[in-house]
Ligand binder design. Structure first.
Ligand code: NAD
Length: 360
């Protein structure tokens, strides 16, 4: 049986937040300290006032959120008894809100879940994933269940205008990794391909622009849409080895998630395509990307290589490090943790849909 899940309703345009929240009364707002201290969270509290509701702000989310943060959030939400959980932030915030509703269901009760992403990266606003770290084991787990799907996603590109260039680069390359992994995944379909293809084109046409010109609203909007479309694509098609290894790097070295993906992407593509050995069926999928990006399609190997080169060039232009060493991890430190990294990556659920056998 095949199923394509379009995910939550996606709302866009002025006035949508109030329309989505209208009729609900008690809002548990999940965010991080930056969004609270910079008063950006007023975007939500003012809408709550407009619909005559009460709210409680939980701003305890940190990057690579762990199980302790989820437990603290469930405790606060259970005593507040919300009828709506609102996530306002990047992927870390969104994943915490999804996990609070999922794990706290018995104590909190049924809740509407509205997501407002403030980075253009994870697509978590429409995905059936929540990535949570076990701090003791130093493992990041990509939890997957349709019960994690939010009820509403609100896309407002004005919220991402303040994202600084380095986070714009990290999150933007995360979008590209989602779309490329979904496109070549074992689980891809015509439906996920459509979303992944559009997302790849939007990232290739706009990421460098938003990195150089953070105030370019149209380019920001394109990246915000791409992030969401890539989220629908990977939520249905699955991801791959790139994400399996990026989760391990995030849990052990706290390299920001998108940056970890960007460091790995050209190498994983070379491996998956069999560029240095015998070409694999994944090379044909990369060649299809070359075709819709108008790159070299003269033959299979140059086509696959042209996509990898083009992505490597984009990564260079937005100053993503090209190796784990360049990301600040010393060789000794890396080698001391290599066994743990490899075990975590091999056990990561994302590896299952990688197009090429990663045990070669
Ligand atoms: P993030 O949420 O950790 O945010 C990065 C930084 O950007 C934070 O310091 C945050 O305060 C800041 N920030 C957020 N919005 C801002 C704004 N508008 N202006 C200025 N600064 C802002 O980073 P992320 O890349 O969005 O999310 C990464 C997390 O998401 C990782 O844990 C990753 O594993 C997870 N993830 C989840 C999914 C999923 O489907 N659930 C998919 C991919 C990644």
């Amino acid at each position: 049986m095949g199923v394509f899940n379009l995910g939550p309703k996606i709302y866009m345009g002025p006035g949508t937040l109030v329309a989505v929240l209208n009729g609900l009364k008690r809002f548990f707002i999940v965010t991080d300290e930056f969004m609270r201290a910079s008063k950006k969270v007023r975007y939500i509290t003012e809408a709550v006032d407009e619909v005559g509701g009460d709210s409680l702000i939980f701003s305890g989310v940190k990057p690579d959120p762990d199980t302790h943060i989820i437990a603290a959030g469930v405790k606060e939400a259970a005593s507040f008894r919300p009828d709506c959980i609102v996530a306002f932030g990047g992927g870390s915030v969104i994943d915490v809100a999804k996990a609070i509703r999922f794990f706290g269901k018995e104590r909190i009760g049924d809740c509407f879940l509205a997501i407002i992403p403030t980075t253009s990266g994870t697509g978590s606003e429409v995905s059936n994933y929540s990535v949570i770290t076990d701090a003791e084991k130093m493992v990041k787990y990509p939890l997957t269940s349709d019960l994690l799907l939010p009820d509403a996603a609100i896309l407002d590109a004005s919220l991402v205008m303040s994202v600084p260039p380095s986070v714009t680069a990290d999150t933007g390359i995360d979008v590209l990794t989602h779309a490329v992994e979904a496109f070549v995944s074992k689980g891809h379909t015509d439906f996920s391909d459509a979303m992944a293809e559009k997302a790849i084109k939007l990232v290739c046409g706009n990421l460098h622009t938003v990195y150089l010109k953070p105030d370019d609203y149209d380019a920001r909007q394109a990246m915000h849409n791409a992030s969401c479309m890539a989220g629908v694509a990977f939520s249905n098609a699955g991801l791959g080895l790139n994400h399996a290894m990026a989760h391990a790097l995030g849990a052990v070295f706290h390299i920001p998630h998108g940056r970890a993906n960007g460091i790995l992407l050209p190498y994983v593509m070379m491996f998956n395509a069999g560029c240095t050995t015998k070409l694999t069926p994944a090379a044909e999928r990369y060649a299809q990307i070359a075709s819709f990006l108008d790159l070299d399609t003269s033959a299979l190997r140059p086509a696959a290589l042209s996509v990898i080169r083009s992505i490597r060039s984009l990564i260079g232009k937005i100053n993503i490090p090209t190796s784990i060493g360049a990301a600040g991890i010393g060789r000794d430190e890396f080698e001391a943790k290599l066994g743990r990294l490899a075990d975590a990556a091999m056990e990561d659920a994302c590896r299952a849909s990688n197009p090429t056998d990663s045990k070669r």
